[in-house]
Design a protein. Structure first.
Ligand SMILES: O=C(O)CCC(=O)C(=O)O
Ligand SMILES: [Fe+2]
Length: 297
């Protein structure tokens, strides 16, 4: 596998957004930096909270072990066949009154004020994602409220994933294996330690991996597989991974996923007689369950 380092993703400025630039970034890369989103000062606080959690003794973390797609996944769990060197903690949809109780939280005695801090960052990132999704609708020549109307965002099913890569030098080159994200859109923040790479052409052999450099205070946004389906592959869900550097690393990602009952089918503006829909319509919940159940990432 080769890798190039002279590479820069497009930058979208949320304080003066231009749907044409968003469209181009999604067509060319499926990845872009998002700046001037207003959360720059929240990132260090969010990482402090993440470090507090991952610094807990293992047994406390294991008491919150992953179930129903929520909770703690330790280093090298048995299902991580690919041997990723990371531990993670998932927080599921907060607005969903039936399922919010499935979330697992460390007790107030163990980590005072952790839950409200994490809930606060969840909602703040969610707000940015919602704004971005209305711009993405405009970039596709749809009404700005389109995704909200069809249930892609109004009953949010967003998952927040806190990640910690301890920096141990294991046998694998990848500490987060190559994958594409499943849902609509992902907003990622890293602590600046390098390692994130994208592969712009997943069919090319051998794969060419390009380093995504860090921009202080920026989100790294990427298109997910369901958005690729909605847009008939006009917008790309680009494969990415984290390469081992031997350095400890923290990141966090908010995955915006449609409501389970939302049917994902080719957008009117993305198909024509000469470019018919490539995918059959699918209920988001069925698609996500299948992908989440079979994932090793
Ligand atoms: O840690 C990173 O920078 C990437 C994480 C990622 O791609 C994911 O959680 O889907
Ligand atoms: Fe990802």
């Amino acid at each position: 596998m080769t890798s190039q380092s002279t590479f820069s993703l497009p930058t979208i400025d949320l304080s003066s957004p231009n749907p044409v630039s968003i469209r181009q970034a999604c067509i060319d890369y499926g990845f872009f930096y998002l700046v001037n989103h207003g959360l720059e000062n929240d990132f260090p606080k969010a990482f402090d909270q993440s470090k507090r959690f991952f610094s807990l003794p293992l047994q406390h973390k294991l008491n919150l072990s992953y179930k129903e797609f929520r909770g703690y996944i330790p280093l090298h769990p048995t299902f991580a066949l690919l041997g990723d060197s990371k531990e993670s903690f998932y927080i599921g949809p907060l607005a969903d009154s039936t399922n919010a109780s499935l979330n697992q939280w460390p007790s107030q005695e163990l980590l005072a004020d952790w839950r409200p801090s994490i809930e606060s960052i969840y909602w703040k990132i969610f707000g940015v994602g919602k704004k971005l999704l209305s711009l993405i609708a405009l970039s596709l020549n749809m009404d700005e409220g389109f995704f909200e109307k069809i249930g892609a965002i109004n009953k949010p099913t967003a998952f927040l994933r806190l990640l910690h890569y301890p920096g141990e030098m294991g046998p694998h080159e990848e500490i987060c294996s190559a994958h594409s994200d499943f849902g609509t859109l992902t907003l990622l923040v890293t602590d600046g330690v390098s390692g994130l790479q994208i592969c712009r052409d997943k069919l090319e052999e051998p794969r060419v991996w390009e380093d995504v450099s860090h921009i202080q205070g920026a989100f790294i946004v990427n298109i997910g597989d369901l958005m690729e389906r909605w847009t008939n592959c006009l917008y790309r869900s680009t494969m990415h991974r984290v390469k081992r550097t031997g350095k400890e690393r923290y990141s966090m990602a908010l995955f915006l996923d449609p409501h389970p009952d939302c049917v994902v089918e080719c957008l009117e503006s993305c198909c024509s007689e000469t470019s018919p829909p490539r995918f059959t319509p699918i209920r988001s919940g069925d698609y996500m369950n299948e992908r989440l159940t079979n994932t090793t990432v």
